[in-house]
Design a protein around this ligand. Structure first.
Ligand code: NAD
Length: 267
């Protein structure tokens, strides 16, 4: 049986902000990074960045699968359906961090999880995993008829989706705690004559600027008090380290869809 230290990792999106952190985290954990995918075929970065020396860069995920035990995937939502099909067919476990999935994308992930073990998280930090758990508990106690739940997030200027996957996951956790779904109570960004706030809804605000790695605040406000739960990531290595921890864990799991709560032994 494979030992964790012989783990061979392929990274989808290896030239990205997360991809480069993943190379560092995987190597620091003593694992082998065999190569990765990136959007531009023929990208040549060997030599420009010592981190990337001796790594195989390919356009298609299928070209990476011959010598990997697991794929860590932080790319773009447009890749999700094809990656789900490719990995399910090849039987390769999948750590999926890409955010902004549509319902169809999520269905493809769920279908892949019938064949392979998948860890999917909108945020791979241990801190946010705990925030999600607490958000569910707060939602259960702080009822929607008395406490207005709002989520504010801020990220770097290059982020392409809003609200962030983490903000949506926090909203989903609050909704779950209240025995409903986020789809039923979500209020999109407010602007203009948006009317008064409806009880039980969950609102979102997304700010963008500079190089902020990720900030989230969940705020419950009643007529008589306010409670805030916040998380601030200083370095995206926190996500990379969590994803590598998930990769080490997922290769020993049966097919299924898992969360970071499963990886951390909280669920
Ligand atoms: P980035 O733009 O810096 O990097 C994206 C990478 O994916 C690049 O290597 C790019 O070449 C590749 N790519 C993009 N489109 C592609 C396509 N169509 N086909 C193949 N490859 C493609 O982005 P990033 O900041 O590294 O973030 C990547 C994803 O990870 C985003 O969805 C982001 O929201 C998400 N993210 C998740 C977490 C988490 O903890 N789950 C944390 C940070 C970022």
């Amino acid at each position: 049986m494979m030992t964790p230290h012989s783990l061979r990792i392929g990274i989808a999106g290896i030239t990205g902000r997360m991809g480069q952190g993943l190379v560092c985290s995987a190597r620091e954990a003593g694992f082998i990074v065999t190569g990765g995918t990136c959007r531009q075929s023929g990208t040549k970065i060997t030599g420009a960045d010592p981190l990337m020396n001796n790594l195989r860069l390919v356009r298609n995920l299928s070209d990476l699968l011959a010598d990997v035990d697991v794929i860590i995937d932080f790319t773009n939502v447009s890749t999700v359906v094809s990656h789900a099909e490719t990995l399910a067919e090849a039987g390769v476990p999948w750590v999926l961090g890409t955010t902004g999935l549509t319902a169809d994308d999520q269905r493809a992930v769920n279908a892949a999880a019938d064949h392979i073990a998948v860890v999917q998280a909108a945020n791979f930090s241990a801190g946010v995993t705990l925030v999600l758990r607490l958000a569910r508990e707060m939602g259960a106690v702080l009822s929607g008829d008395r406490y207005d739940a709002e989520i504010v997030e801020m990220h770097h200027r290059q982020k392409v989706d809003a609200p962030s996957g983490t903000a949506l996951a926090i909203g989903e956790a609050v909704a779950e705690g209240r025995g409903t779904s986020l789809a039923a109570v979500r209020v999109p960004a407010r602007e203009g004559q948006c009317g008064v706030r409806q009880a039980g809804t969950i609102g979102f605000a997304a700010l963008r600027g500079g190089q902020i790695v990720g900030e989230h605040k969940l705020i419950f406000t009643s007529a008589t008090e306010q409670i805030e739960l916040g998380h601030r990531a200083f370095d995206r290595r926190v996500f990379a380290d969590g994803a590598v921890q998930a990769a080490k864990w997922v290769v020993f799991q049966a097919p299924g869809l898992y969360s970071m709560e499963n990886v951390l032994g909280l669920a």
